[in-house]
Design a binder for this molecule. Structure first.
Ligand SMILES: [Zn+2]
Length: 381
């Protein structure tokens, strides 16, 4: 027995209901009977495939896109890219290439915030095409020339896509999640292809990609050609870290994102800091989440205390980043690199500082520094 959606074959997950056997491994995505056939919906792609960018792609970004298009007919492509290297822009010529021959394209990412931001950016660039965003709270329009969705929503599209771009495969909850991984593979047409993009490769991603042949393209340059910012590290007991934090805030001439490990720390630190500093805060379930982010972007606040909800995909020019790492096992290398990568993203202002304040310098921190140094080697040479 095999689940037609998540490919599960473990008999422990199969239950006999009134209508027949069904799979409990992917039941979170609505019950599916084993005998059920899933059919893709046919939908038309408009004749518009052109896009416009305010800043044209650099020659290096163009080269990566060209290489990707050259390989994608034969195999999947993994774009291994440092944060802020403009992956979503690099994908535009690739998307356009597929739309031109009226093929079905989807861009899927783990996080909802990024779906919302990216769909708007793509709609602005692909002005004459239709772009739809599909994620929690947005599921009215499921089909368009370009579909931008969370990886969770891919279950709606069985065998649908000629091209699936899977961005940030190193991010929770997609990373290492077998059900989500198999649903993603199940959204492809028989000859469909995947473009993966990630900043870091780990075992989970290798396991996912090992199922199909792929080509690796390396993109270790940001469009402005400036290196990644190397974090400065302070370590000591919590009281010392709090003092250091206040000092750094007092001296910072830039806006700053302060990353913390939990909602509880986020609330407490915000309550403390707001008495002395012009501060706001954000976490995923906060009702005023979007307003707070918008107010910070508008520079109404100098500091924002944030959980990992701001870790990826969001660009705020001219910020510093401070990471408060008090516990083991919460911020791993992938998220430390992403958080550090929030700094220096802007063309006009590729600078800024990153601090990690920690009670212990663990392997995750050491490997983060190693990886950033490695990506920067090309500049030192
Ligand atoms: Zn299943």
């Amino acid at each position: 027995m095999r689940c037609p959606r998540c490919n599960n074959t473990d008999p422990d997950y199969f239950y006999l209901g009134a209508k027949g056997y069904y799979c409990r491994k992917c039941i979170g995505f609505k019950r599916i009977l084993l005998k059920e056939k899933t059919y893709p919906r046919e939908y038309e792609i408009s004749a518009n495939y052109r896009y416009r960018l305010d800043y044209p792609l650099t020659s290096y970004q163009k080269a990566i896109a060209r290489e990707c298009i050259r390989h994608i007919d034969r195999e999947d492509v993994l774009i291994l890219a440092v944060t802020g290297s403009g992956k979503s822009e690099i994908c535009m010529p690739i998307i356009s290439h597929f739309l031109k021959s009226k093929k079905h394209v989807c861009f899927a990412i783990a996080r909802r915030e990024v779906v919302l931001e990216l769909a708007d950016r793509y709609q602005k660039a692909f002005k004459d095409s239709t772009v739809t965003k599909v994620c929690e709270g947005y599921s009215d329009i499921l089909y368009a020339d370009l579909i931008v969705c969370t990886t969770h929503q891919l279950y709606r599209y069985p065998k649908t896509f000629d091209l699936l771009i899977l961005d940030e495969v190193d991010a929770f909850p997609f990373k290492g999640n077998e059900v989500l991984n198999n649903i993603a593979l199940g959204s492809l047409k028989e000859n469909g292809r995947i473009v993966y993009s990630t900043a870091t490769v780990d075992e989970g991603i290798q396991k996912l990609m090992a199922k199909r042949p792929y080509k690796v393209l390396r993109l270790d340059r940001r469009p402005h050609g400036k290196p990644l910012i190397r974090p400065q590290i302070f370590f000591g007991p919590k009281v010392y870290l709090l003092l250091r934090l206040c000092l750094l805030l007092k001296r910072s001439d830039r806006q700053m994102i302060i990353f913390v490990e939990s909602i509880k720390i986020c609330k407490n630190l915000y309550a403390f800091l707001k008495r002395f500093f012009n501060t706001t805060y954000v976490y995923s379930s906060l009702e005023t989440r979007n307003e707070n982010i918008a107010a910070f972007k508008d520079k109404k606040y100098k500091f924002i205390v944030a959980t990992s909800v701001l870790e990826r995909g969001i660009t705020i020019p001219g910020v510093n980043v401070l990471i408060l790492k008090l516990y083991a096992g919460i911020f791993d290398k992938a998220s430390l690199i992403q958080m550090s990568g929030r700094v220096g993203r802007s063309f006009n202002d590729p600078y800024g500082e990153v601090w990690i304040l920690t009670t212990r310098i663990d392997e995750e921190i050491k490997n983060t520094i190693k990886e950033i140094d490695k990506a920067n080697e090309v500049y030192i040479l």
